[in-house]
Write a protein that binds this ligand. Structure first.
Ligand code: UD1
Length: 417
């Protein structure tokens, strides 16, 4: 077991480069199994969620060759066998094997996916989508069996614009007979990355990035290449670091349009940022204005940045509000921020944050991935030493976070417990 130890209050200068998007990569890796030939995925982030997916691909007898950020996946000798609970609970995105294996083999057996405990995380919308395409879903305890004689196109309206359900239905529908239309589809930019990969394989999909996606099923998909887009959540996290501690801190390799909702709030607060080439340079300012933030589906303020954003709000002068609308449990970081000296009242998913409060280092626990990121931000601005436990959550989704932060002057290290 390991912990992160931070000595706070050091200003940060230099450049942080953004890696490939976790939420794209975790769908692109299973997607490669839809192809009959070899696929090459570039810019894959070095995160433990990637390794968990590799283990599932290898379990299914897929072949993976990794060369740094570039991976080749060949599914020529795939065995469509049960994905055990031990493998599937390691990450939420294991649910993508459902859509992929159902599409390719019309049969899949796997256990309910795991992931961070940020809410009840049902997969009913995925399953309803598969059923609409002609699959029979049987649940035995935690085990799901999906079976279809044939998959056929369907008109599917999602009750909620779920990212996972949208992508999973795209996977299965790519190899269904006829045309599928997903109404009220999620519009997240990662979905465009997935559509591009599938289309490179020979799929016929239009509309990703809008709320209506049309998939004309094809008989087979072939090997193809794709590059993972930059991680807008990792970018947003380091942009917030720059707002808190930047001394000409550059966050490079971003697509600024992907973080419009974040930049709009930062502008309102008076954060000093300037766009350059493919990056943004941030400088800490002494006075920040309070703002109200409500997380929403894309292009609204991302739920995955709500927790890190709440740390910036502790440093604004006045009363800010943070409301989480997607996940009911994304509040685990607040008690630790309060322990560090923040003045926050939490009522369900709504927090009222009274700034500006100096934070003090102490012992705290990451309760999920983005809560962990928030606590790192808090540790970086806190006086004294902050020790964060349960850091596995953080390493699931932030590649080389210790190295990236140390490189720009943060005093942060991982230690064995
Ligand atoms: C993805 C992201 C995650 C992000 C989330 C919302 C990945 C791997 N993860 O998660 O980082 O926080 O989008 O932007 O891409 N829901 C149902 N039934 C379902 C599916 C979802 O009720 O079948 C609900 C969920 O409980 C939640 C909301 O819909 O309240 C959003 O979930 P969804 O968009 O599906 O999130 P994920 O795809 O799991």
């Amino acid at each position: 077991m390991e912990k992160i130890v931070i000595e706070g209050c050091h200003s940060l200068s230099g450049t942080i480069s953004i890696g490939g998007a976790k939420n794209s990569a975790v769908a692109l890796i299973p997607a490669a199994l839809l192809a009959d030939g070899e696929c090459l995925i570039d810019n894959v982030p070095n995160i433990t969620d990637r390794d968990a997916l590799f283990d599932i691909v290898k379990h299914l007898n897929g072949d993976i060759v990794q060369n740094g950020k570039e991976i080749k996946i060949n599914s020529q000798n795939l065995n469509n066998i049960l994905i055990s609970e031990e493998l599937s609970v390691r990450l939420r995105a294991s649910y993508y094997f459902m859509g992929v294996l159902l599409g390719k083999y019309k049969h899949v057996e796997m256990y309910f996916p795991g992931g961070c405990n940020i809410g009840s995380r049902p997969i009913d919308l995925h399953l309803k989508g598969f059923e609409a395409l002609g699959a029979k879903v049987t649940k035995k305890g935690h085990k799901y069996i999906l079976d279809a004689k044939d998959l056929h196109g369907a008109d599917i309206t999602l009750d909620f614009a779920s990212v996972g359900a949208t992508i999973n239905i795209m996977f299965a529908a790519s190899l269904a007979k006829g045309t599928t239309t997903i109404h009220n589809a999620a519009k997240e930019v990662e979905i465009i990355n997935i559509m591009d990969f599938l289309n490179n394989m020979g799929a016929k999909i239009t509309g990703a990035g809008t709320d209506t996606i049309v998939i004309c099923g094809v008989e087979k998909l072939h090997g193809a290449n794709i590059k993972v887009i930059p991680d807008r959540i990792e970018a947003g996290t380091y942009i917030l670091v720059g707002a808190l501690l930047g001394d000409n801190l550059k966050v490079e390799g971003i697509i600024k349009e992907h973080n419009e909702a974040l930049f709009a709030k930062l502008k309102q607060m008076g954060v000093n940022y300037k766009f350059v080439d493919d990056g943004v340079i941030l400088n800490k300012v002494e006075k920040l204005k309070p703002v109200d933030v409500k997380t929403l589906v894309y292009p609204g303020f991302p739920t995955d940045l709500g927790q890190p954003m709440s740390v910036l709000l502790t440093q604004a002068e006045g009363v800010s509000k943070m409301e989480e609308t997607i996940w009911e449990n994304r509040v685990g970081h607040y008690p630790y921020l309060i322990k560090m000296g923040a003045k926050i009242e939490v009522e369900g998913v709504k927090a009222t944050i009274y700034g500006k409060s100096p934070l003090k280092g102490t012992e705290i626990h990451a309760t999920d991935l983005r809560a962990g990121a928030a606590l790192i931000l808090a540790g970086l601005i806190a006086e004294g030493t902050t020790t964060i436990y349960d850091i596995d959550y953080i390493l699931r989704g932030y590649e080389n976070i210790i190295h990236k932060l140390s490189n720009v002057g943060a005093k942060i290290k991982i230690e064995k417990i």
